[in-house]
Write a protein that binds this ligand. Structure first.
Ligand code: PMP
Ligand code: GLN
Length: 385
């Protein structure tokens, strides 16, 4: 061990280790069923693995182009046009990045200066605020409204000031599993008209929207698309969170600024993984079938705990299920999540950590991106609590 002799002035004084790392580690230590961190416990498609092996063995092992290999960007452009009726020029408007987290961080670094304000909804996915603070910006929190976590747009309007530079969207939403509607998007479009506010739209769960509803991407709405950096993740779509790759689509003016930072940050994304996705994406079936796949898992998990004392909240998208536990205990969710992991063998995520000042609403988040057997075993335990 070495000791730094100087004085550290942390840029992130209130940040510790992420809750996902903490809970997954605890689950491992106690051999608990891990329904905490959001990642599949099953393997990705064999065909995709084969494509990666093929790419490596074909010699695609050196730096690819800074923005991503052209064929992959073309496939992404085709997909965005097919799904959301929006035209992105692969040359100037699509950038392949090493994961959505990176895309979000780089987008913030590209546009936020000290003194700039960034509006985000609470509970907030955990990487937004640190990205803003690292850039010297100020996070402005707008609460999602109980009991269904909807947006009160009058509160967004009230939060907009001359210093507002960016608004972060996340639909489907982690951790609450809510989705924004077309009406939400139209209201936002109206609010932002005539401003210089940029939207970062985190849509990593774009293919996991349930009950027959269409995903309302910000890119479907021309007044939003023209000011949006759309962020998606191959990790979620193809069950390869460990491959860390995503993409950012944005108008040329925004992409130009984004790439200025990207080229000095990661510079490029993993070459063979890009070739593998480019081949695998030719067939749209895997992402078109994803919602039904996860809906069956959602329903299995919900049925499994329907008889428990947990209160099931709606899960309209993502692979998360939130539950209220007010009928069970007065404990804080942070304490309960740890206790359930250690004593009962099921790990979850306490939702209070997604607030800038903890709000103990007695809500836990469970991830159902797990094998049916894991979900059944987890539900059995939860029914005994
Ligand atoms: N945004 C949200 C809302 C997420 O849930 C996640 C991931 N789990 C990410 C971004 C990050 O995705 P990636 O692993 O591609 O960085
Ligand atoms: N996004 C995943 C979740 O919400 C985890 C990703 C991470 O560990 N950073 O659980």
């Amino acid at each position: 061990m070495l000791t730094y002799p100087g004085r550290i002035q942390s840029k992130l004084p209130n940040v510790g280790t992420t809750i996902f790392t903490v809970m997954s580690r605890l689950a491992l230590e106690h051999n608990a069923i891990n329904l905490s961190q959001g990642f599949p416990d099953f393997d990705c498609a064999k065909d995709l693995r084969d494509q990666l092996t093929k790419a490596v063995n074909s010699g695609f092992n050196q730096y690819p182009p800074m923005a991503g290999i052209p064929i992959l960007r073309e496939r992404i452009a085709e997909k965005m046009a097919r799904l959301y009726s929006v035209d992105y020029d692969p040359e100037h408007e699509i950038t392949v990045v090493p994961g959505a987290t990176y895309g979000i961080f780089t987008a913030v670094a590209s546009f936020i200066r000290p003194g700039d304000e960034v509006i985000m909804f609470e509970p907030t996915y955990d990487c937004y605020q640190p990205a803003v603070e690292t850039a010297g910006g100020t996070s402005v929190f707008v609460p999602l409204e109980a009991p269904d976590y909807h947006v009160d747009w009058s509160k967004v309007q009230a939060a907009i000031t001359p210093r507002t530079r960016m608004i972060m969207l996340n639909t489907p939403h982690n951790p609450t599993a809510t989705v924004l509607s077309a009406e939400d998007m139209r209201v936002l479009e109206g609010l932002l008209r005539g401003t210089d506010i940029v939207v970062v739209s985190d849509e990593v769960y774009e293919h996991i929207v349930f009950d027959g509803h269409a995903h309302q991407s910000a890119t479907r709405f021309p007044g939003l698309a023209e000011r949006t950096l759309f962020v998606s993740s191959f990790g979620k779509t193809y069950s390869v969170t460990g491959w860390k790759m995503g993409y950012v689509c944005a108008p040329k003016e925004l992409t130009t600024e984004f790439r200025k930072v990207h080229q000095f940050n990661a510079f490029v994304s993993n070459a063979p993984v890009q070739y593998a996705f480019a081949e695998y994406m030719k067939n749209p079936a895997p992402y078109l079938e994803l919602a039904a796949f996860y809906q069956a898992k959602r329903d299995l998990f919900r049925e499994g705990i329907a008889a428990s004392r947990f209160r099931l909240m709606p899960s309209r998208g993502t692979f998360f299920q939130c539950v209220g536990y007010e009928a069970i205990t007065d404990e804080r969710d942070t304490d309960l999540a740890v206790r359930l992991t250690k004593e009962r063998g099921v790990a979850s995520i306490p939702v209070s950590v997604f607030y800038h000042q903890p709000r103990y609403d007695k809500v836990l988040r469970f991830c159902f991106a797990k094998s049916d057997d894991t979900l059944k075993r987890g539900a059995e335990i939860l029914c005994k609590i």
